[in-house]
Design a protein around this ligand. Structure first.
Ligand SMILES: CC(C)(COP(=O)(O)OP(=O)(O)OC[C@H]1O[C@@H](n2cnc3c(N)ncnc32)[C@H](O)[C@@H]1OP(=O)(O)O)[C@@H](O)C(=O)NCCC(=O)NCCS
Length: 180
């Protein structure tokens, strides 16, 4: 877990720094968001994630050039109850179902793409999810987004399902998953 300590601290490696996003970063993050997506997240939605350890910006030579937003889904009460009931019935030690990581957003400024920075963000995201006990990470991606699908496949994500009309413009999504 190379990036483990970044969860609570800054990580500086050469010209790259990964750190938690702050309100002062919002304008620049929004700029990259608008360059990157046909249906960008609104300001309020990004702002809601400020302060989360899972909202991280990547600085290259002091300038923000990318970011990621990672969520952790805690298993529902029903899922936990089901697990306990199964343990009771089988006589096994009850085990809480682990949380599931969810990569909600990841983007790199177009001028800085294809330099390995998306990988740096994704590696951070995976370590963050492992650190919080997740055994699986999931995400949704447009079926036409070959760059992102290529990135995820490089890190061992596989397509679990295709969700028709997932996006507001009617495009389908792939749900991609990776075991940690
Ligand atoms: C997806 C994205 C974050 C990748 O960032 P990046 O910094 O360019 O990616 P990297 O340089 O780290 O590339 C890592 C791997 O991703 C894949 N990849 C990246 N861009 C690619 C492209 N244009 N075509 C095909 N594969 C690509 C490759 O496997 C690459 O590994 P390689 O360089 O050894 O071939 C970037 O293209 C982006 O911001 N896109 C717009 C936002 C977006 O679509 N986010 C994903 C939402 S689900």
């Amino acid at each position: 877990m190379v990036y483990l300590n970044v969860v609570m601290h800054d990580l500086v490696q050469g010209a790259v720094r990964l750190r938690r996003a702050t309100p002062a970063d919002l304008e620049r993050v929004l700029e990259i968001e608008r360059f990157s997506f046909s249906a960008p997240w609104p300001r309020e939605y990004l702002a809601q994630h400020l302060g989360d350890d899972g909202f991280v910006v990547l600085e290259y030579e002091g300038q923000i050039v990318g970011y990621t937003v990672i969520g952790i889904k805690i298993p529902s009460f029903l899922a936990r109850l089901e697990q306990r009931t199964r343990a009771l019935l089988t006589g096994q030690e009850p085990r809480e179902p682990p949380p599931v990581g969810h990569i909600l957003n990841i983007a790199v400024d177009p001028a800085f793409r294809r330099q390995g920075l998306g990988q740096r963000l994704l590696e951070y995201a995976l370590d963050y999810c492992r650190y919080l006990g997740a055994e699986q990470v999931e995400l949704e991606v447009r079926t036409s987004n070959t760059a992102a699908i290529g990135l995820y496949q490089k890190y061992g994500f596989v397509i679990r399902e295709r969700v028709p009309y997932y996006y507001s413009d009617g495009e389908d999504a792939f749900v991609m998953v990776k075991k940690l």
